[in-house]
Design a protein around this ligand. Structure first.
Ligand code: SAM
Length: 329
């Protein structure tokens, strides 16, 4: 390759890298992908079949939404939450940016619900001639914030929620817990392995060239064996007040080990609360839900009480797990 061609290639690579890291570009790509992910019934089957989720939303909406309320259902999908609110006597603006909204309209019509107005657009562009009493949503990703719940809710809250208006669920808690996986699911890095006398130690040199997916794995169901420390949330947010800029760029702790075992990585999960009593969790030791559980892989090692485990997680954007970094080997 000539010097000039080499220079051009480096410039283009540099530019592509900067474009890919740009927040607006990432959000645009995210919106396109999200619309596609929820476009057909594949995801909706699983979500409607998730008894933990459905029961919590039914209880939460039945308790907090009442006759005469005007409500936004952010990301209505199959329409289920809008229908729950309509059942309580609410008038609902159901907003959905994907084609699944046509299915939701049909579900509402066939259930005789006539107090739901459907808006086929992204919530950031939703315009209404009135402000609402409450926002309901299920914008919760496997890594809690990765369906842009904070940015999307903050936008609607500032523009379209009445002063003192309510958001359900509103209290979200993120957990990043050291775990032991079930035997058989433990996966040492390739360079720690050997087979029939062949060592793969030479592969360590390639460790740093692996993509994010090499160390950020999601499991459904999660092959959970045990927590090694006593679980504590690393972050709690209240959607009535939080903004995207409040999400931390660094999460760190040092915790005592309380259970002996293999430290295989950090399990990422959440709790979402409607109030002090009604909520749900994607914890790997709670009843299974439709959410997958991400594992932040580390080099597996045995730990025992008396030792401690440190987490040092940095995130350019906590809502985008592709930007998460932690020492993993
Ligand atoms: C996790 S699903 C939940 C669907 C439904 N509310 C439920 O509980 O079964 C999230 C839905 O929100 C939609 N969505 C995500 N972001 C949105 C946005 N900013 N504006 C409108 N719809 C959005 C997705 O297309 C998807 O259908």
């Amino acid at each position: 390759m000539s010097r000039l061609a080499g220079l051009m290639r480096d410039r283009i690579a540099n530019l592509a890298f900067r474009v890919a890291r740009n927040r607006r570009v990432r959000e645009f790509v995210y919106e396109l992908r999200n619309r596609g992910v929820f476009a057909d019934l594949y995801q909706h089957d699983r979500m409607l079949h998730d008894g933990v989720r459905m029961e919590a939303y039914w209880q939460g909406i039945s308790r907090h939404i009442s006759e005469g309320d005007v409500v936004i259902d952010l990301g209505t999908g199959s329409g289920v939450l809008a229908l729950f609110a309509a059942r309580q006597g609410a008038r609902v603006h159901a907003v959905e940016h994907g084609p699944i909204i046509d299915a939701a309209r049909e579900v509402a019509r066939s259930n005789g619900a006539n107090t739901i107005e459907f808006h086929k657009e992204n919530s950031r562009r939703l315009q209404l001639t009135e402000k609402v009493d409450a926002i309901i949503h299920e914008q919760i990703g496997d890594a809690l914030f990765d369906e842009r719940v904070v940015a999307n809710i903050a936008d609607l809250r500032e523009r379209l929620l009445k002063p003192g208006g309510r958001i359900y669920p509103s209290r979200l808690r993120l957990f990043v817990e050291p775990v032991q996986l079930q035997e058989g699911y433990r996966a040492p890095f390739a360079w720690q392995q050997a087979s029939h006398g062949i060592s793969f130690a030479a592969l360590e040199a390639f460790g740093d060239t692996q993509g994010h997916g090499y160390v950020y794995r999601t499991f459904r169901p999660f092959p959970f064996d045990r927590f090694l420390c006593d679980p504590q949330p690393v972050l709690t947010v209240d959607l009535h007040v939080v903004n995207d800029a409040d999400l931390p760029k660094r999460i760190a702790y040092e915790r005592p080990v309380v259970r002996e075992g293999w430290f295989d990585g950090f399990a990422v999960y959440f709790e979402a609360w409607f109030d002090d009593e009604i909520g749900f969790s994607s914890s790997p030791d709670a009843p299974p839900t439709s959410w997958a559980t991400p594992l932040l892989r580390v080099s597996p090692r045995r730990v025992a009480p008396g030792e401690s485990i440190r987490l040092e997680l940095t995130a350019d954007d906590l809502a985008d797990p592709a930007t998460w970094r932690w020492p993993w080997h």
